[in-house]
Design a protein around this ligand. Structure first.
Ligand code: FES
Length: 569
């Protein structure tokens, strides 16, 4: 991809619309309403991930309209284009979830290809649901044209019998209902009130975690992510973002100037401090890969160990993203960490100013509840972060554990109950076949094995819904959702499909999960594992054609962010 310098803000679009030989090109654009004036201005691609497939992105046309108005006000020519979205909540619990991680790649590929082919000078991308911001940031890093990202914002909480609820509660209610602890009527009532309008899932699940991180990385305007989807301030913020991109373009600030080691270390810091979704590990690894920043799973573990857990947000804590907005939003978290010397404050942002400068100038409300939503660093929920990287014979390349237990630790020893694929595990759990002390092992769900690394929220919610909050563990080469709680280990690498040890585990094997020692082991001697390996046969692929088969061949290990690329070049 060719890059422009700050001295010529039209370097890319000039190639597509200037001069007599581009008369046909202009003619096509005139058919869309562009004028002579528009051709003299920089072309700003506006990726709008609006869709009706999920409430997460349902309102984005409205937001994008304001972004485009801001672009025009600042002297740019906005050109809107779409990218796909898959709703993780709606894809959850069935084969459809195999499309979710692939959708991240398709979003990145779509934005890259449209921007490449049309020669936009800069980009604004507006997205909501889980895979949107990761896909957008991957494209931005690849293209390295000036980019500002705008998150679509969270859904408001629902109210159920006097308590705030989100879709996570409905997933867990399915488990409670199956166990006979919730009636048909209650489940029906909860289903109708849990999601009261547009916006992303309400807790600090994956979408809201990535919204938080996009600000931390410096790729979004500070303070824009926590504004709820339907709050009027979101429209105001959208217009400012439209203006901002012209300034970012004029300054020649490009994504790889912003997405540096320091920016990623800040993002890992914030994810650990908040107890954010473990999907952030996968996504940050993938974005770093595109930005050519050398990041490893060890960086997550190292930073998490040195980071106090201060976010009291669901699924581990009490509050929702809309509550965080009330007390100051993402800048509140950043301010706490900055004041404690836990951020690289000189990291550059899309405004041309440093993250530290941006944070210091952001006005925070004086709200006594702020200390309940985000604890002070001096009095944290736990002294170290919630994201833990485990290794051992069951995961020689690493696995991810998120600690949601109030003790801040996981120490679990149990018997393996092994299932090939999520459906088999879910069936056994629904039949009440899982007992206290079991470690539910779900395999052939990795990036290649699934393909697509499904999230096991239906399984983990069913386990929790049956009352096994901390006495049943799960270990999988798939993912678990940002809404998952309990002793759950995901991203086990190498995955079963490539012959990882998880493929060799048998019912009754002892599995040890130890967060203090960073350990994930199966207590089976090496010789026995070798005997089992000699007998091991990889199952036939479930999908042999179409997008699932195609992407399956390109996925890397989860320990590298499950990024797709041409690995043998
Ligand atoms: Fe879109 Fe949860 S399904 S954020």
């Amino acid at each position: 991809m060719d890059h422009h310098s700050s001295s010529d803000v039209r370097a890319r679009s000039r190639v597509t619309v200037d001069g007599p030989e581009r008369a046909p090109h202009r003619s096509m654009y005139r058919a869309t309403g562009l004028t002579d004036q528009d051709f003299r201005q920089p072309f700003i691609g506006v990726a709008n991930l609006a869709t009706e497939v999920t409430p997460c992105n349902f309102h984005l046309h409205q937001v994008t309209r304001e972004v485009k108005a801001g672009v025009r006000e600042a002297g740019g020519t906005p050109i809107e284009f779409p990218a796909i979205t898959v709703s993780d909540a709606i894809a959850m619990g069935h084969q459809g979830m195999k499309g979710s991680l692939i959708s991240r790649e398709i979003i990145a590929d779509s934005i890259e290809i449209v921007t490449f082919a049309e020669g936009f000078d800069a980009l604004v991308a507006v997205g909501g649901c889980d895979k949107n911001l990761p896909g957008i940031l991957m494209a931005a890093a690849r293209l390295n044209v000036p980019t500002v990202v705008l998150y679509g914002g969270t859904m408001m909480p629902g109210q159920f019998r006097g308590k705030s609820v989100s879709v996570e509660d409905v997933f867990e209610a399915v488990g409670a209902h199956a166990a006979g602890r919730m009636s048909d009527e209650e489940l029906d009532e909860l289903e109708r009130v849990a999601c009261p309008g547009p916006g992303t899932c309400g807790g600090l699940f994956t979408a809201n975690t990535m919204g938080t991180l996009v600000e931390t990385l410096g790729m979004a305007k500070l303070g824009t992510s926590a504004i709820p989807a339907m709050h009027p301030e979101r429209q105001v913020a959208a217009r400012q973002v439209g203006k901002q991109i012209l300034d970012t373009l004029a300054q020649g600030i490009r994504p790889r100037d912003v997405l540096t080691v320091k920016a990623f270390e800040n993002a890992i810091r914030v994810a650990a401090a908040l107890g954010g979704s473990t999907n952030s590990v996968l996504h940050l690894m993938a974005i770093a890969g595109e930005a050519k920043v050398p990041l490893t799973l060890e960086d997550f573990d190292r930073i998490s160990r040195e980071t106090p857990h201060i976010g009291n947000l669901k699924p581990g804590g009490e509050y929702l993203m809309a509550d965080l907005f009330r007390v100051g939003g993402v800048p509140l978290i950043l301010r706490r960490l900055l004041d404690a010397g836990l951020l690289h404050e000189d990291a550059l942002t899309i405004t041309g100013r440093t993250l530290g400068e941006e944070i210091r100038e952001f006005p925070l409300p004086d709200d006594p509840e702020a200390e309940r939503v985000v604890y002070p660093v001096a009095k944290p929920l736990h002294p170290d972060g919630a994201l833990v990287i485990l290794k051992g014979n069951l995961a020689s390349e690493g696995a991810v554990l998120k600690i949601t237990d109030p003790s801040g630790k996981v120490s679990f020893r149990g018997r393996a109950r092994v299932f090939d694929g999520e459906e088999n595990a879910f069936h056994a759990i629904s039949q009440g076949e899982i007992q206290s002390g079991d470690v539910v092992v779900i395999r052939y769900e990795g990036p290649q094995g699934g393909p697509g690394m499904r999230e096991m929220l239906s399984v983990t919610a069913a386990i929790v819904g049956q009352g096994h909050v901390s006495d049943v563990a799960m270990v999988t080469d798939g993912r678990f959702s940002g809404a998952t709680r309990g002793p759950m280990v995901g991203h086990v690498s190498p995955e079963a499909w490539v012959g990882g040890v998880i493929a060799l585990v048998e019912d009754g094997d002892e599995i040890i999960i130890d967060s203090e020692r960073r350990q994930l082991t199966v207590n089976v001697p090496d010789e026995e594992l070798e005997r089992r390996r000699a007998r091991w046969v990889r199952p036939d692929p479930q999908y042999t054609e179409g997008a699932l088969a195609k992407y399956q061949r390109l996925f890397a290990s989860a320990s590298l962010g499950a990024r797709t690329t041409i690995w043998d070049s």
